[in-house]
Design a protein around this ligand. Structure first.
Ligand code: CIR
Length: 264
């Protein structure tokens, strides 16, 4: 389906965190993250994207939407075009209207998920032969079916899969490391969803490290996960460790803070 590696990117969009980010959604409240800490993590993330060879568009903070820093969720972007989604979280629904004009600035083709269904980008894993759409509390069957139609319009194949129960997004538990290798938690691997790929299991106790991010020649990984860093180094990956402890308090990892694509 893709003429180039799926993790080859030269453009990205990010959004600066607003002070309200500390009130971001979370499944388990372990206290508010530190705003200065999130700012620092976000700055380091932008620097890592640039260091990997990506031109980064930085959008202004949106204080009315605490989770708007997680731009991966309201949209999907491909070389062929962009798709504006409908969030499954009521407090995030307004982020779509904010990102739509930005998509229209960058893409000739901008589709919108049909009304009635919900999908968040965190549930969507792009692999070389198909786009996997994980059903979750944020992504429903109607949304996934609507997304498959949008993807077809762009000439891309989509397939519905399942997110483990009580896991926020499909990609909370996995990331594509290369064209045929995936980093994945044991609980997701057990479903057999990646039986056609080589699976590297996240070490016990570091499940949150599964949301890593391959960009061009490097893999960004949470710096607080030494066992995962060690394991991936043994597999020969060039690693960029990034601190995600503050955004981790609001259930986020590395993929969620950018929209990435390749423009020829
Ligand atoms: C949320 O619950 O929506 C945010 N606090 C975290 C979103 C993380 N998004 C992602 O991993 N794609």
């Amino acid at each position: 389906m893709n003429p180039r590696p799926v993790s080859q990117f030269n453009r990205a969009i990010v959004r600066r965190p607003a002070p309200s980010v500390v009130q971001g959604l979370r499944a388990e409240d372990v206290g508010n993250p530190d705003f200065e800490g999130i700012l620092a993590e976000h700055e380091a993330y932008i620097a890592a994207l640039k260091g990997a060879g990506v031109e980064v568009t930085v959008l202004p903070a949106l204080s009315e939407f605490p989770d708007a820093i997680f731009v991966e969720d309201p949209a999907l972007v491909f070389t062929q075009g962009a798709i504006a989604l409908h969030s499954g979280a009521p407090t995030r629904a307004g982020e779509i209207a904010a990102i739509l004009p930005v998509l229209q600035d960058h893409f000739d083709t901008v589709l919108t998920l049909p009304e009635g269904g919900h999908v968040e980008g965190g549930d969507v894993l792009v692999t070389p032969d198909t786009v996997m759409i994980g059903l979750s509390a944020r992504t429903d069957e109607a949304g996934a079916q609507g997304l498959i139609s949008c993807l077809e319009t762009l000439g891309i194949n989509g397939r519905i899969v399942h997110t483990p129960p009580d896991v926020l997004h499909f990609k909370t538990d996995c990331s594509l490391l290369s064209e045929d290798r995936v980093l994945c938690t044991k609980r997701l691997a057990r479903s057999g969803v990646f039986d056609h790929l080589n699976v590297i299991l996240v070490p016990e106790g570091e499940e949150a490290a599964a949301n890593a991010l391959r960009v061009n020649d490097v893999v960004m990984v949470g710096s607080q996960f030494p066992k995962t860093l060690n394991l991936l180094a043994q597999h020969g990956f060039a690693l960029v460790p990034l601190d995600t402890r503050q955004i981790g308090m609001i259930d986020a990892g590395l993929s969620c803070m950018s929209l990435r694509w390749f423009t020829p």
